[in-house]
Design a protein around this ligand. Sequence first.
Ligand SMILES: [Mn+2]
Length: 286
Amino acid sequence: MKYENNFCGLPEEYRDYKKSKIVILPAPFDATSTWIKGADKGPAAIIEASANMETYDIEADCEVYKQGIFTDKPIKEKKSPQIMVAELRARVLKHIKNKKYVVTLGGEHSIGAATIQAHVESFKNVSVLQFDAHADLREEYHGSKFNHACVMARAREIAPVVQVGIRSADITERDLIQKRDNIFLAQNIYDNSNWFSKCLKKLTKNVYLTIDLDVFDPAILPSTGTPEPGGLGWYPVLDFLKLLMKKKNVVGFDVVELCPNSQNKASDFLAAKLIYKLLSYRFCLK
Ligand SMILES: [Mn+2]
């Protein structure tokens, strides 16, 4: 695909590795998803949509691409989650060592095992903030600890985890969901901002952000593996993320579970814009 290696379709001077502060890392992995397949097409669809996006952000009053955005080659591993996690983790660690701000594009959520680990290892005192319709707290799923449905169970072993937008779970997750006060259910937050400061208080100074796009309402983001009704809206999510970027040091993030539909590109565009907005907030807001 034409745009595969150029997020935002930037001219050469703004996508040189050495000069770039930001790295976009495509991780087109989809081996464990259970219903609608196609998350492996997500990164290319996001990158293609991004090339058709206007690159001045009105809200942040800036052109964040001028910080330099290098788009890396996609992670090749397609079958085994363990090998993919090892490869992706190594790639993320390399970029962090080179002082890059890493944004990973999924792929299914199992890629989070690698990105979360790499950031928790590289920065002190990191907490993980997950936006998702699903808690992903299963100890094991379909015989694997690396399944997308277990990604937050793995994260909890190495860092505090705060979860936002959850509205679907398995009975085996019931106790964890009821016991934890670090979960902000969609039913309680979809129409208000009362949770913003409570949520920020649960996080440490350094935060790794993982966004499963199914956190959004399927009315605005239908192209995902499991489109759960009752999701969050565009502006409430942005309002919170803007505040998060101001108050915390968000050390990196990933955006996962786009399952593109060739007939409707709105979801692809939303994902691209969300990433660009997050970068604008991170690098331009004072
Ligand atoms: Mn999910």
